[in-house]
Write a protein that binds this ligand. Structure first.
Ligand SMILES: [Zn+2]
Ligand SMILES: [Zn+2]
Length: 410
């Protein structure tokens, strides 16, 4: 399969013009686009994209698939490629590798009002036309105890809000309680990811497909490093990594990892796929409003002048391997957690002498470095007492207690 990929994607330095003025691949058609330093006709380009997608999915085991669909360009491309991958071959009638595909949309319109109100109906119609099952969950459902799959026990939930606070008001309060837009983006991304994982558990899916393309992964590489989330970088950009929510093994896969953002746009244009959602928290704001937005503008701008930018970043980043890390997980984002004492060193606190009474559990000691930055952002705007009130139910009291057990006064 590697041969196919190398054959379909010419290396950037080989500016091969085997027959000038014609498609690099078939050498008979006039080219429709120039990408990766070569000219392609529409048909050869679509074949190349399908081959790269198939090549990646063939490396993954069989199972029940949950496809995460935001409605943005990359996820619409993912949906179409999956639909193509799953279609029964009319010649040999071979059955699809993944007969059970569930498409899940997380509705974030409460947090991002620019998103069109009828997006769920449009996505549902598009997905069902392709004979996939569809569900949509509102991101604020994460704040309602009944839908929190990971922390089922109400007693373990640390929330200092009145019982009658609605999930809607709790989500808005949570996002409003951080002062920087970068923290707000991080929180919303964590909530979206958590919602998708909860759906995968609820729908009994052991594979989750995300639509991150090569350009998005290059942006992620720089942005995660800048935000102190380097510990998850290797997993976040890998073709496949395993997560274990609630002792269930789920494989998280990014089959568009070798396809550039520009190629996604061409594919969508040629296949007449219309993205339903291009809005996010930074839509309409200045370029320097958040780390993610700034990084995105920087990488995309640089790539226009130097077209090897994305592939240089990703080729280097794909070599990164995560060091052995702790089994403890951050209560907010699930990233591996450093030891409490290590945290304390970074923070300049004398943790070994410090103890807490049950009931005064320090939330910072169960958060990873980057989430601690978010919590410091929370502290600026909230009374210390209600700090945890802005976090959803999965930041559990039981998990916190277990992780700092050695420092508690019985
Ligand atoms: Zn061609
Ligand atoms: Zn974290």
């Amino acid at each position: 399969m590697c041969d196919v990929q190398e054959e379909m994607i010419p290396k950037p330095k080989n500016n091969r013009s085997l027959k000038e003025g014609f498609c690099y691949k078939c050498k008979t058609e006039k080219p429709d686009l120039h990408v990766r330093n070569s000219d392609f006709c529409k048909s050869c380009f679509i074949d190349s994209t399908i081959h790269r997608f198939r090549n990646n999915l063939m490396k993954i085991q069989k199972g029940n698939v949950l496809l995460a669909l935001s409605g943005g360009p990359s996820s619409m491309c993912l949906l179409d490629l999956m639909s193509n991958f799953n279609s029964v071959d009319p010649v040999n009638k071979r059955q699809p590798k993944y007969p059970n595909v569930h498409v899940c949309h997380v509705d974030v319109s409460l947090a991002v009002p620019q998103i069109e109100t009828d997006i769920v109906d449009k996505l549902k119609a598009d997905v069902e036309r392709r004979n996939f099952a569809f569900s949509s969950v509102k991101v604020q459902e994460l704040f309602g105890n009944s839908t929190t799959v990971i922390a089922k026990d109400d007693k373990t939930i640390l929330l200092d809000v009145s019982e009658d606070a609605s999930p809607e008001s709790r989500l808005i309060k949570s996002l409003d309680s951080v002062s920087s837009l970068s923290s707000r983006e991080d929180l919303l991304n964590i909530y979206i990811k958590k919602s998708i994982i909860n759906q995968a558990i609820a729908k009994d899916c052991n594979i989750i497909l995300f639509g991150d393309n090569s350009t998005l992964l290059a942006i992620k590489t720089i942005a995660l490093s800048a935000k102190g989330r380097g510990v998850v970088l290797a997993d976040e950009i890998a073709l496949e990594h395993i997560i274990t929510p609630g002792d269930k093994n789920i494989s998280v896969v990014k089959p568009l990892r070798d396809i550039l953002g520009k190629e996604v746009a061409f594919y969508n244009q040629f296949k007449d796929l219309k993205p339903f959602n291009n809005a996010n928290l930074t839509t309409g704001l200045k370029k320097d409003c958040s780390i993610d937005r700034m990084t995105s503008d920087f990488i995309i701008g640089l790539d226009e002048e130097f077209p090897s930018t994305v592939s240089t970043i990703t080729r280097t980043a794909f070599k990164i391997k995560a060091k052995e890390h702790s089994n403890l997980a951050c209560s907010l984002c699930d990233a591996p957690l450093d030891e409490v004492s290590k945290f304390a060193e970074i923070m300049g606190e004398e943790v070994k002498k410090q103890t807490w009474k049950d009931g005064e559990l320090p939330i910072n000691h169960v958060l990873c470095y980057a989430c601690r930055n978010i919590s410091r952002d929370l502290k600026k705007t909230l009374e210390k007492k209600s700090l945890s009130g802005s976090l959803p139910g999965f930041v559990s009291r039981a998990a916190m207690k277990e992780q700092i057990q050695d420092y508690l006064i019985e």
